[in-house]
Design a protein around this ligand. Sequence first.
Ligand code: MOS
Length: 696
Amino acid sequence: MPNAVIGLPLDRVDGVAKVTGSARYAADAKAGSSPAFGAIVTSTIGRGLVTKVDAEEAERSPGVLLVMSHEDAPAQAPFKQRGGNRHARAKPALSESRVYYYGQPVALVVAETFEQARAAAALIRLSYTTESGSYDLADGRKLAYTPETLVAGKADTQVGDFEPAFAGGEVKVDATYTTPYQSHNPMELVGSLAEWQGDKLTVHCAAQLVDAAHHSIASTLQVPLENVEVVSEYVGGGFGGKLPIYADAILAALAARRLKRPVKVVLTRQQMFSVTTHRAASIQRVRLAAGKDGRLTALAHEAWTQSARADEFAEGAAVCSRAMYAAPDRMTRHRIVALDLPVADAMRAPGDAIGQLAVEQAMDELAEKLDLDPLELRLRNQPDRDPEKKIPFSSRALVACLQQGAERFGWSRRHKVPGSVREGAWLIGLGMAAAIRPNYRQAAHARVRMDEDRHVTVEMDMTDIGTGSYTILAQVAAEVLEVPVEDVSVRLGRSSFPQTPGSGGSFGAASSTAALREACLALRKQLEDGKQPGNLQAEAGAEPGDEYKTYSQHSYGAHFAEVAVDTTTGEVRLRRMLGVFDVGRVLNAKTARSQLIGGMIWGVGSALHEHAVVDQRLGAFVNNDLAGYHVPVHADIPMAVDAVMLAGFDDKSSPLGSKGAGELGICAAGAAVANAVYNACGVRIRDYPITPDKVL
Ligand code: MOS
């Protein structure tokens, strides 16, 4: 193509707006008149009932306009745990006296200023009847049950007969891994600004899925969809934590209606840990058996994860083991444990991120028992078709990822005996792991216009959560319509724009670009038919075809990590890291690489840092801020972290050839770090995160 724009490493088209502050996030949005500010009050018990809300002092506090609790909150649609799109459900707030978890919204205070609202919120006195709750996953395991479905398919799968095959295996691993609660905590807090004009409501909120948010808000408030506009033009990170809408959106809308004035409600950082969702903790048992030739004969991956009593969620931790390695006898199994904790939901690469922390460490353990290079073990167990579904892969360049990664990283320099390489007080080790993440696509729609200057405007309800949606959509329109990228304006994040699935599950890019391509082709046809630019418009949709049933679709990767372990303190330092990925065709080499590197760094965090700790007396996440909840900071991440994408094109995934990328980077990255720690010092830690106390 002479005008090839797709794939170029263009800077973000929204970059200048973001770094100069002209990009408006939900809490920066301007309303028609000056807004009042709401502060949410949360429960300080883990389970029970609110018996009394004493708001007298708060109501007398300066600037206070309104206090709302279950005693006087307006009627809303009831909450239903099951059925339909879980992110589009009614989400009533303050609708009952029951407390399901510590940190649940129990009151709202609205005042003239944010500071007044927060000060008054501290004056609300709540009385409770406290009930004893269950907060411990290991302890709750005896009550585990089978979820009806996972987000990614059936709860259990089975091929052949695992148990006898495993019993008769020559070389075996039977290991249990645990992963802790994790919290998304994007930089942008969850918050909303709601404004009514007559019976029309506009809610600016931080939403990954505008269409789902639109349905969720309208159905909760029991108002017609067409009376509600959801706006989410810029989102400061989502990672799954902004898939649902939360109490801030509903309470802002309810308070704005009552006060006849715009109301803004923003969660505090501490509230992000309980009012929004988190990643469930898991216990995972992995059993692998192989012949002395290094070929797997039996594979089982079983997972037990937390689910909130208030809202069921099944983390698909073992799903990654369904398509990764060949083994004739195999099974995966998911059980969930209902606890009186905040609501678990999807967090970046739900299921796969923590599943591969387990299974990719188990593969390392098996390689050692076989006296085989862990890279070679992966190479020997590549299936030629999906080992469970028995259908072909759409595209699978995992072997190339493994081989090219090994070559670039210098994997051959690894010493197979742990503890062999010392530099002063540090022991040095190398580790690797292979990554897989399902490729999803959904139906999407787009509208495109061209004015007389051949300037193109794209409109979709798609979101850009920092991923680069604005940029890749501009690139697609520019290439298909043969106009400069600078002449494309992309408008996203409004529910009145054509419907897309939004940003989630790594499906956003493939779904939205496929739709935009169709709309641009329709517009191009008008030009080819002799129409002149100016007031030209086309709207079209695209949806995945049967290729999603007849082909097994995934993105793949290979991670390599080098760590140093301080033998005196147990401190682990990442020294360098490389990921090589198969994401089909790359839509923008810069934004895709940034996402993959971000995911890899998150993988480092899941291996070494992240852990939301539950206070077992209260069911509270105690380290609920970014001082206590550790994530990698600059000092933890060396410059030598790189992501490389192989050239590819998956025509079964999308007409543009791309596969999901955003969630792939985290998958298995932490296992490569864990395996490097073992290679460095010979300590095998199956309980994440790998903190110094466990290393020593
Ligand atoms: Mo993703 S965890 O579906 O934003």
